[in-house]
Design a protein around this ligand. Structure first.
Ligand code: SF4
Ligand code: SF4
Length: 91
């Protein structure tokens, strides 16, 4: 299941998407995140998966600002750290 964290406003979409079917719970994304945006949660299926912390969901554009890539390079640290490819983003 894909969980979308973020929001849409007049200037665009700002979402991080985590696919719980691909997440192995390795916590590599959490160690890679310079802004302490991510945490591990137990989802509705009792799987331990990565998620965006509540306090960052409505301000992800700002929380993740220091990682914002130019022309998709370099990839976001959390995306690069996720070997199974469970994390994607749109903004
Ligand atoms: S790096 Fe990927 S697989 Fe590992 S906990 Fe984070 S989202 Fe899940
Ligand atoms: S984009 Fe950067 S700040 Fe945002 S969750 Fe990923 S690593 Fe953390």
């Amino acid at each position: 299941m894909k969980a979308n964290y973020g929001y849409h406003d007049g200037s665009g979409d700002f979402f991080i998407t985590i696919d719980s079917n691909l997440c192995t719970g390795c916590v590599e994304c959490i160690s890679s995140c310079p802004a302490d945006v991510l945490e591990m949660i137990t989802d509705d299926y009792d799987d331990v998966v990565a998620a965006v912390k509540d306090e960052h969901r409505k301000k992800i554009k700002y929380s993740c600002a220091e990682c914002k890539p130019v022309d998709e390079q370099p990839p976001l640290p959390c995306v690069a750290a996720c070997e199974p490819g469970a994390i994607t983003h749109s903004w």
